[in-house]
Each structure stands twice: as C-alpha cells, then as structure tokens.
Design a binder for this molecule. Sequence first.
Ligand SMILES: Cc1ncc(COP(=O)(O)O)c(C=O)c1O
Length: 448
Amino acid sequence: MDTPICDFVRDYRQSGVLRLHMPGHKGTPFLGCEPLDITEVPGADDLSRPEGIIARSERNAAALFGAGRTLYSTEGSSQCIRAMLRLATLWEPGRTGRPRILAARNAHRTFVSACALLDLDVVWLMPDGARQSLCSCPVSPAQVDEAIRREAPWAVYLTAPDYLGGSPDLASVARACRFHGVPLLVDNAHGAYLKFLSPSRHPMDLGAVMCCDSAHKTLPVLTGGAYLHLNREAAERVGPYAKGAMSLFGSTSPSYLILQSLDLCNRYLSEGYPEKLAALLPRLDELRELLARAGWRVLPSDPLKIVLAGRSRGYTGAQLAGLLRQADIQCEFADLDAVVLMVTPENLPGLEKLRWWAELDLPARPALPERILPPLPPPVRRMTIREGALAPSRLVPVDQAVGRVCADLTVACPPAVPIAVCGEEISPEMARLFTLYGLDAVRVVEEP
Ligand SMILES: Cc1ncc(COP(=O)(O)O)c(C=O)c1O
C-alpha cells in the first residue's frame, strides 16, 4: 500500500529547502524527529479539507477498515468522540430539541466533555446488578431495546472494548438500534486491531454506524493518532459534515509526525498484520494458562489484553503492578482488583520476561476478600451536563459533598470512568465510592 504523506515529507526533507515557515525548530534535530515535522506547505495538503496526499492516505485507511469513510485525528479518540456526537445530532435533518443520547455508564470522560460542549442530554444505561469494576457496564440488547422505546434517543453510545477488555453483545445491540432507526456509535478506542482478527470483531463489522479507534493504543502509531470511521450510510447522511465536525474540536496545527505515522500504519496493516496477530494470539493464551496455573485469576478480556487479579493470593491490583514493576514489567493500568497488560506483536521479543515472571515462586499471602461494587442507584440530575460543567464551583471534602451538585466533569475512578457526572446530585453511595477510590475532595456547584 502506498504512503503518500511519508513520501511527500521525505522528499521535502531531502530537497534542502530553506524553511522560512513554522514550526520554529526549522527541521533542526533537537529531539531527532524535527526534520520530519512540517506544516501545510504547498503539496502537504490540509487535514481539515484534504484533497491531496492526506485524502489519499485516509482513503487507504478506509479501504483497510472497510469503512464508507475514515478520517484521521491527530488528537486521539477524544477528538473523534466529540465529532461523532456532533454528527449524531445531524443524523435526522429537522429534528429539534436538545439531543438525547443513550449511553452505557462506563463512558470515558471525553464523552462527558463532548456532551458539555454540545449541550447534549444523556440517559444512562446502568449495569444490571452488581459488578466488580466501574470500568465494565454489561448492558443487554433487551435493556437497550427497552430504553430506546422509552426514551426515543438520537443515538446509542457504547464503549467496547472497555478498559478491562469487556464488551456488550454489539451485534445484537446493533440489530435493536437498526430496528428502531437509531444510530449506534461505539467508542472503540481500545480495539482498532479487532478489524484484523479472523473473523473481524471490529464494531463497524458488527453494525456500528460510526466508531472511533485510537490507533495509538493498539497499533504502531504515535500517541494521538486515531480514526473516525463512518459506515456507508453514515458517509451518505453526515459525511459532508464530517471534516467540519472534526475541525470544530481540533487544533489548526495538526501534527505531521502523527499523520505520517498513521500513513505508514496503512502499509504495516496491509503487509502481513493479520498473520502477525494470528501468530501472537496462541502465545498469549499460553501465557494466560501459565499465569492461571501460578495462582493468578485471569479475567476474560479482548484478545490483546491480559487482565490479572490477585486478591485470592493476597495482592491488590496495585500491589501486583508493583511486583511486575520490580521485574521491569510495566502494566497499562492497575486498580484495587486487577492489572491490565496490553500486548501487541511489537512485544514479541520481550514476552519471555512475562513467562519468567509467571514462573517465579512469589510469597503466598492471606487472601483478600473479593470486592463486589454494590449497584449504584440511578443518578439524580439537577442540572444539564453543560450547566454543571460551566457553573461556578468550589472544592469540598467528600463528606460535605453529599446532596450537592457535582461540578467536576466527572468524578471518576481510574481510568476516567465516572462515578458522578457534572450536574448530578452526589449521593451517599457515590461518596462511599469516592472514598474507596482514594478521593478526599470533589468540586461542587456553588450554591447562591
Ligand atoms: C475507553 C476510552 N475512550 C476514549 C479514550 C480517549 O482516547 P484518546 O486518548 O485517544 O483521546 C480513552 C483513553 O484512554 C479510553 O480509554
């Protein structure tokens, strides 16, 4: 597959032209990468209105992902999520009133900031019953179907995979959405690679009409590189607004380093990536088995994550992360229960270290009780998300916050999954969770 952005920048670099333009480093290698860091010089195209090399590269990505249209982001899935929600408000021309989105509660805080910026209403889908982590929010297709009938939302928004690698039954949820004519939007920040499994488990192949992928999370792309995918129907209905929606939330100086990285990734994906993935997966299964035999609980997850819980061996997730770090292994995330290890084919040369660690005879400790989070009562909304986010506010200790209105965008457990969202009344149950996650103060709306 060709790499038009990389080719252009390479030629520009080699031309030796005197750079009397931005950026101020002028191509001098301070970090080393500066010669490749350019701006919109003639021929370099324009990410906000691409007609040349960027348009060609985005078309390459769309072909690889089987999308009706793919747009690059140099500002992560965060930018794509905001744009995707903006496009959802344009789905049915002429529909009026404040747009209402039906969303699973384990949405990343970026979703909440998008709702504040776009003044959207959210009807939250809460998980059925108790769960072990706020990161997961198992919602059933029947629950979504019932909520669509009740709420007539403008869109349904799910996070899949979530931070622990869990996912609702997207194909069945998509069928329910299609039946009601409601677009399904998916935050697939953690799952760009799912397209290249056999068969594909990518949300666009399971029925999402739009989704974001953080290319940088699971593919060999620089931090910030992401895709917004539109299926064919979305490309027809809202495609003409898509670049405008991305520009609304993006910088006017997109990084050409990240654009080159996305461009080069197209070639990487087209040259044997599915085979590399297929070769990696059995290695990960072996490692999971080894870790389970060593006494760690291996939680179900998407194929490129290994999620380990150690309470039965006496370790919290954070303590387990500490043990791994002592062995020179850095996890992606750890909380009170589990650690999340994210693996890609680029880890293959180093994976022996994890095998070696799994075989270590670590000291046994008294088991810690398994922790189940009590179901949270449905949140009580006292202001819109936007009003709560923009209201004058102050920081108060958690024990004085109960009954007050949350003014933090989200009060979140790591990694940015909300316990409380701005505009909601802080309940005693929320306050108990703040304390459990080590928060001692939260921002509340000033009362007159
Ligand atoms: C589930 C989820 N969605 C969205 C985001 C935002 O993605 P990005 O960092 O690419 O902007 C993250 C970031 O960690 C995430 O975990």
